[in-house]
Design a binder for this molecule. Sequence first.
Ligand code: S3P
Length: 446
Amino acid sequence: MEDLPPAPLISRKASGLRGHIHVPGDKSMSHRALMFGAVAVGETRITGLLEADDVLNTAKAMTALGACAARGLDGVWRVEGVGVAGLRSPETLLDFGNSGTGVRLAMGLMATTPLTARCVGDASLSRRPMGRVTAPLELFGTRFETAEGGRLPLILYGARDPVPVTYTLPVASAQVKSAVLLAGLNTPGVTTVIEPTPTRDHTERMLAGFGAKLSVTEKDGARHIALEGQHELKAQAIDIPGDPSSAAFPLVAALVTPGSAIVIANIMLNPTRIGLIETLLDMGADIKIENRRLSGGEEVGDLHVRYSRLRGVRVPAARAPSMIDEYPILSVAASFAEGTTRMEGLEELRVKESDRLAAVEAGLQANGVMTSSGRDWLEVSGGGAPGGGKVTTHMDHRIAMSFLVMGLAARIYTAIDDSRFIATSFPAFIGLINRMGGRIGPPESK
Ligand code: S3P
């Protein structure tokens, strides 16, 4: 991606979005389906996999580790599982591109098999902290050689005789939780993760579906997830529903653009992922969830969304884990609301694909929206975004998409410096918005 030249875009005022759309498969589930399939016994078949750069890098990594993951002509992905102890040293570098989930979960998966793997990522991923994962994995007996500050690139030496670990998460992170649990898969005895603040639970749900011996209990307000290691996983057929974090962009686009009425079909509604929908409902959004059903162990539904007059709210810190990737687009919604929106508990935004708190605030201010912020909070004054600013996206797909959405309803337009990284999670985004009536295009277009 970094080899291609930056691709600036402009988003102009639209007169209402209309359509019945699908968004790509859930990113968190897609990474996990490939990785769990890689260490199961037999062939895992995945439909609805997100075919975006982040997940394709995970598929390549699983293939390099010996578990061939490939798309059939029928669009179904097949992963040839090698068993919990079957991964082998890759002959090539494992390049995870832009994806923190890809590299951190894969580190856990590899940590307790005696293999050597070199992991790299792009400039954004190479700035992100890896110590939050290497520290607990070292407790199993895994060794690492890392770049300065415990960052990528790194070499992982998997433990030959791993010992089980009980680990209390010091940050609310599903990636850290998952890395520890995945290291437990090939470790004798019971590995336990204690989670004081609940985070997305796709690892627990999907591992149980693969037949892992896993129990979840609650003690003193914390979740205890215990996994008995060295049990075989059985290959599965998995159907991945639409990603609520991708649906967030057309959802907010319709809410803030007058005259809009859209349907976003088949969206995953796992309770640990719907903080944005809850917040938008608090803000007065006209969102109806219809056709609720179960699919692949997850609740899904269709979102019927209409343009709404939103009002500012306070978003409590306790809600942050269930909408951690949605603050950039919520901030755009807040800029069109009446009154001020205050978001708290945002410290983790500092270590995402960019420092999202800083990037969002700079983008809002560039477009004439008044803000104030602290180390872990942001306040956005509503009333409508004047627009006219050029936003620096810092290799961050969600910053890019958020400010393109803003342009659809801003008084003039918005511009972003680079749209390349949208391909990490939502390659069809621009076409999809434009087919509904959006006006996103290169700076020279009309
Ligand atoms: C993810 C967990 C979250 C989220 C990321 C996907 C996952 O990261 O931001 O986009 O699939 O486990 P953290 O665990 O770092 O909060």
